[in-house]
Design a protein around this ligand. Structure first.
Ligand code: DAH
Length: 344
């Protein structure tokens, strides 16, 4: 045992004095010390000759030596490949060109959202945001949709188990409520964002999608302003030849209310599955802000009027880029996404 320990110490000093600086000497070291018939292996074979009561102590020293021999080898290998330009212990060729970094593209939803923000920005609308986890008041009640109101049926959503008053917002109209509660007229905002509904996922429905809300409250805001603003928007978005029509509708937070259609951008109005062969596609809901809404937020409805609208971003995308399946937006399929590189 004593003799073995002296031997190990001698090997340790030998390794300490070595500086293998090329692939051959490093390989020679590996074979001599770490190879299958090398010194470390042989020392382990000696274990059987060590008296039982000394085995533990010898084992510890031997293991430590093995680690020292191995880590010295690894150190030299790393140093060799980084110091010498040419390959030494390693086969790394640092002169090889790197893997190409392919440019990404913006998501079509982001492209369209940015364009909407830009168009309304030119009309003086600024962007407002609100939380995606909303409370009942901002998403429903403040918008004239009290509990048990039948219009809530169309907007079933996901509720937070531990906090039944909280839900995933069903529309961006909740941001109208948040803005009116902290800001007094004049208000001119658009609110892009993600919304949620409890819907079965299909080509035409999804449990989440995107909307942009718009709100303009000031003195003397009229329905004519609403029509002209939205007409300007679709002309900028789809081209000057776009045709629009307003249909009377109902929303609890606007009175009167209207839905706006544009002539189908897919078939040009002749009729196709997207426009359900009518030649027209609905793109948004709108109306004059209900006086009760204004009063809910302490805004004098005798002095101020306003208009509001809400549109689905996916629908605008569908008409602009001919995307016929809502699921494509969230599948992260690069064959779909890379088609938008030229749209940047
Ligand atoms: N929040 C409505 C929806 O999700 C859309 C909408 C309609 C928003 C009329 C409005 C509006 O601001 O005035 O179906």
């Amino acid at each position: 045992m004593e003799q073995l320990l002296q031997q190990i110490e001698a090997y340790r000093q030998e390794i300490g004095s070595l500086t293998p600086d090329n692939a051959e000497s490093l390989e020679a070291y590996r074979i001599k010390f770490l190879g299958t018939k090398g010194i470390v292996k042989n020392l382990f074979n000696e274990m059987k000759n060590v008296p039982t009561d000394k085995k533990k102590e010898f084992g510890l020293i031997l293991n430590e030596f093995k680690q020292f021999a191995e880590s010295s080898y690894e150190d030299w290998k790393i140093r060799g490949s980084s110091l010498n330009g040419q390959s030494t212990a390693s086969d790394l060729d640092l002169t090889l060109p790197g893997d190409p970094l392919r440019p990404g593209s913006r998501h079509p939803i982001s492209l369209v959202r940015n364009e909407i923000v830009h168009i309304f920005g030119r009309l003086g609308f600024s962007v407002a945001e609100g939380p995606e986890i909303e409370d009942d008041w901002h998403n429903f009640t403040a918008l004239n949709l009290p509990e048990d109101h039948p219009a809530r049926d169309m907007q079933d959503t996901f509720y937070i188990h531990q906090h039944p008053d909280w839900l995933l917002r069903t529309h961006t109209s909740s941001v109208q409520a948040r803005v009116m509660e902290r800001q007094k007229p004049p208000i001119r905002i658009i609110c892009p964002g993600r919304v949620y509904r409890n819907e079965t996922i299909s080509a035409r429905a999804h449990c989440f999608f995107h909307q942009t809300e718009g709100l303009y409250v000031d003195e003397n805001v009229s329905f004519a302003d609403l029509k002209q603003t939205l007409y300007f928007f679709v002309q900028e978005m789809f081209g000057k030849d776009v045709r629009v029509r307003f249909r009377p509708s109902y929303f609890p937070f606007t009175e009167p209310s209207a839905e706006m259609d544009i002539n189908c951008r897919i078939c040009g109005g002749v009729g196709c599955p997207v426009c359900k062969h009518t030649g027209w596609v609905e793109i948004l809901g709108s109306g004059m802000v209900h006086p009760k809404m204004l009063e809910n937020f302490g805004i004098d409805s005798n002095k101020y009027t306003g208009f509001a609208f809400g549109m689905g971003i996916e629908r605008i995308c569908q008409l602009k880029y001919r995307i016929n399946d809502l699921r494509l937006y969230s599948q992260n399929d690069t064959r779909f996404l890379k088609q938008f590189i030229p749209a940047l």
